[in-house]
Design a protein around this ligand. Sequence first.
Ligand code: ARG
Length: 571
Amino acid sequence: MNPLVQVVLDDIAQQVATRMDLEVAEVRSLLEVPRESGRGDFALPCFPFARVMRRAPQQIAEEIATAFEPGPIIQSCQATGPFVNFTLDPAERARRVLGAIHSGGDDFGSQDIGSGKTVVLDYSSPNIAKPFHVGHLRSTVIGAALIRVYRSLGYQTIGVNHLGDWGTQFGHMMAAYSREDWKDPEREASDPIPFYRELYARFNLEIERDAGLAEEGRNWFRRLEEGDQEARELWKKFHDVSMIEFDRIYRKLGVTFDHFTGESFYNDKMDRVVEEARSREVAVESEGALVISVGDHVPPVMLLKSNGTTTYHTRDLAAAMYRQETFDFEMLLYVVGEEQRLHFQQLFHALERMGFEWAARCRHVGFGRYPNISSRGQGGKRFVGLDEILDEAIRRAKEKASENSDIEDASGVAEVVGIGAVIFNDLKNNRKKDVDFDPEDWNTILEFRGDTGPYVQYSHARTASIIRKHGAPVSTRIDYQLLTTPEDRTLVSLLESYPGRLAMAGQEVEPSLVTRYLLDLTKALSHYYHKHKVLVEDPPLRAARILLIDCARQVIANGLKILGVAAPERM
Ligand code: ARG
């Protein structure tokens, strides 16, 4: 709930409770926003008081309305059947809201709901020597937005990149790499990642025909887990090459992490998992492997394979235990595609079975796919690597910009418009939905109108340009009675609801609440321009509208920042 509204509702509850001899908390919890328009700004349903007060709700509503004394902000109070409706003074409301935005500036929206609490977010987490695909893009973009949401809600946030840098696939990589007949030093030097990727793919094809290869792969991974020198060196080589590529992508997206603790980080922390599982008597032998069973309908969690090596699950168990001990989190969120739902269900069950009460504070934050893009080029879909998407977005944005650009640094602006378009589109809908994106049709996401990132950026730049043309400092010492037309009220109430939206995005772990909010605000703003000229001659009216518009600019900028989208001043 938004802090400004909070104060008003507290005041209403306080007064009604004192005058009617009711519980403040009860009155407070009943106050709501009326569903019908024309019924004031807040309503208090009186049914719940009928029994104790032994009167009809209609009569109670009348009594409350008569007893209530309107003040500077609550302008009037009226009974409508069994409801009491409260109406705020629009000028006073505008004064409070715009004052808070103007003084809050870049911090408007920040809250302290989370103070003293830590949220750990496991996100991005691509795999070494494999492509960074669109699933990792989604995880990166959603995770980074959530980090900013929680940070502005006052939580301490820890962003962890759980790199896929361990596991049997590394054994496969090494086995493939050390085959004399597959070597190609020139290609490796010029194009290492694609070369490794192909080696890996080739190995996985050949393995179908040649069972001996699988054995070779497992041996290499065992050597790696045992700390064999040659295996470690190869591992480091694949790791370093991939990191260069990942860094390039993170730099483009403006994303950073607090920790790059990938799966390999837990190599020396897995014995403990096995010991704990044994000592808590939840680990059982099954066909030579060691497993934790997690119920009748979910497959068991494998801790050790029959050859003694660990699994993705073992490393996730070690990671969860490590994070609990190190960060003492309030929430541990895993931003990973819906296709890993079962993996996390098993993981959380296993933690529960091991007796960790904090398992209840772990949560899988799943998301949908990009159905029109395949990271493997299968199924008739066009192969589009992530780097290609970002580069193409920038190239197209530049093309569009050059048509009508007279601004300095047009190329820098086009870059943030291109990247912003991809990010905004990714965060536009409920995260569980698939992303609507057609690599053959860039216009839909790059257009300066419609539900796009560039549209919101453009709307921000337009407000900035009006403020520049105004040419004088923005002041809050204005006549707020001049901001009470329906369009003013709509804008004020939307601006007022920003902190509440942000809090809801945190509660529901849903960045699209911010994206949707920005689209609503942008539309209201464009409707405002349609109805009212801002740079009018009349100085008091002009000053009032300038303040309103500048507050809208501020809130759009703050919201875009949460999403990780830049807000250029000129476009
Ligand atoms: N590396 C994995 C993948 O690309 C994602 C890891 C997610 N995080 C985790 N703790 N399992 O599929």
